[in-house]
Design a protein around this ligand. Structure first.
Ligand SMILES: *Cc1c(COP(=O)(O)O)cnc(C)c1O
Length: 496
């Protein structure tokens, strides 16, 4: 048969390299640069602001002609020193995991496979199924529980609360919408210390963030269960429909763990969906010291947590674990004809992950989670969690012993909130002083704590979810806070 297309075919193109040996050499150079960065993670500055000349690299017009592999790689290499700093042992801000070299390799393997885990029958799916099984085992959920890897706890919370919401309407809300359900307004409960992602989920799910009641906390920053029960009673009396209770295992400000057993009892008695935000704290089940305080997790209807925090999986990797596979699936399953499953061939392997969450196309996050657990094992990962808690307790002893520092909250796990004090300064000046100390630590590249408000006062907040942190790093942190604090106080009294 004649082929009239032949002249055309001579111009066929692809995105593969023209010369694989050149590509191989370039890739090896990048791998070396990445390993060098990992190997030197303990050295140098914690954080360095992205320089203006590099920012300018990202203000260029959309390229019509590609730069080619060599120049593109050179751009990537210049980025390596300018991370947020969470791979450094003195990164203590917010709640960030610190990552592992092993995950670098997992990301390369995942990119090579380039799997889409929305569904179908292929190797990557069995890796995710294994991660789901492991999570079930870890948190003592029943065999009928389901799970899904997502980007983080924010998305996991939306997935959980969608199932909780739709169950109230026997899932008719999925088709009719909330407008047509004819039910009194749904309301949920959580503590005032809960992460903002819960209120955001209420917003996104059309319930409105006002429908989330933020209950006061006790002196340990845990939800006040008396106030909770009073609020539920008041809402019922007002004709509203309480539907969900969100407990926290590791609140973001001070690391408080709610009385989860008590919350499970209340949820059971009031017939509420019991969800737990365990973003970082839930993985405390891996260590003997924290496990007893987390026993209520196994009674939850759903648990959201992150592998990218206290398990140090490289960003991003979160998880939603649901007690009932059936309710989970009923909240999300919708399989049009072009996504029909089959018994055999590539469309087998049912049910598919797309039936458990909002995403169809999903990357291979499961691999870096699986490799982290497989390579290090839960004993060591748990010991590192315990180590961070011991370090936070040690930091508290340094603060308590220091004449110019004071603790602002108890240390429940791995977070220490304290304050530098100067005599003769009023409250607003002290707030500014502590904010400035934190900014100076960051700008000088010495350490990266963050700030928060505890009891209406600005705190220096040190969160340790970092397997590289050493006791010496904490000694240095306290020394530097004192040095900077004294300098700032001296400078401000000169200015008076
Ligand atoms: C980090 C965090 C979240 C949000 O999780 P993402 O993974 O950032 O979406 C929610 N709750 C708590 C307690 C957190 O620490």
């Amino acid at each position: 048969m004649s082929s009239p297309d032949i002249p055309h075919r001579a111009q066929e193109q692809s995105l593969d390299p023209d010369d694989w040996e050149v590509f191989r050499a370039q890739a090896h150079r990048m791998l070396d640069a990445a390993i060098d960065k990992m190997q030197n993670n303990r050295e140098g500055r914690v954080w360095t602001a992205f320089p203006p000349e590099l920012k300018a690299n990202y203000k260029k017009p959309l390229p019509r002609q590609g730069l080619g592999a060599e120049a593109t790689q050179a751009h990537m290499q210049t980025l390596l020193p300018y991370g947020v700093g969470n791979t450094h042992p003195r990164f203590f801000g917010w709640v960030h995991g610190s990552g592992t070299p092993g995950n670098l390799i997992a990301e390369i393997a995942a990119a090579a496979i380039n799997a889409n885990l929305g569904g179908r029958d292929h190797g990557a799916m069995y890796v995710e199924k294994q991660v789901v099984d492991w999570c079930r085992e870890l948190f003592e959920f029943p065999a009928t529980a389901s799970g899904l890897i997502v980007s983080g706890t924010s998305v996991a919370t939306i997935v959980a609360l969608k199932a909780a919401r739709d169950r109230c309407f026997d899932f008719t809300s999925r088709k009719a919408g909330l407008q047509h359900t004819g039910r009194p307004q749904l309301v949920g409960y959580t503590s005032a210390q809960t992460h903002s992602c819960v209120a955001r989920a209420f917003d996104i799910l059309g319930l409105g963030s006002d429908a989330l009641r933020k209950i006061a906390v006790n002196e340990r920053f845990e939800i006040d269960t008396g106030a909770l029960q009073a609020a539920i009673a008041q809402d019922r009396a007002a004709g509203l429909t309480p539907f969900a209770l969100v407990g926290t295992a590791g609140a973001v400000n001070v690391g408080a763990i709610d009385d989860l057993e008590m919350l499970a009892d209340i949820a059971e008695a009031e017939q509420l969906w019991f969800h737990i935000d365990g973003a970082f704290g839930a993985l405390g089940v891996l260590c003997d010291q924290l496990r007893p305080r987390l026993s209520g997790i196994k009674r939850a209807d759903s648990l959201a947590f992150d592998f990218h925090k206290w398990l140090h999986v490289n960003y991003d990797a979160g998880f939603i674990l649901m007690r009932s596979d059936e309710l989970h699936r009923r909240a999300f399953s919708e399989r049009p004809e072009y996504l029909k499953g089959s018994e055999r061939g590539l469309a087998a392997g049912n049910p598919w992950p797309v039936e458990y969450g909002p995403e169809l196309s999903r990357g291979f996050r499961a691999l870096k989670i699986w490799t982290q657990l497989a390579e290090h094992g839960t004993d060591k990962l748990g010991a590192l969690i315990a180590q961070n808690c011991e370090q936070a307790a040690y930091l508290k002893t340094l603060v308590d012993a220091h004449p110019r520092m004071v603790m602002l909250a108890p240390v429940a796990m791995n977070i220490c909130c304290f304050r530098y004090q100067a005599p003769d300064q009023d409250a607003p000046a002290m707030d500014r002083l502590n904010d400035e100390i934190v900014v100076q630590l960051q700008i000088q590249g010495l350490a990266a704590p963050s700030t928060t408000l505890v009891g209406g006062r600005n705190a220096i907040r040190v969160n340790i979810t970092n397997h590289r942190t050493t006791w010496a790093d904490l000694d240095m942190l306290i020394r530097e806070i004192d040095r900077i604090g004294q300098q700032l106080v001296a400078a401000s009294s000169l200015n008076k």
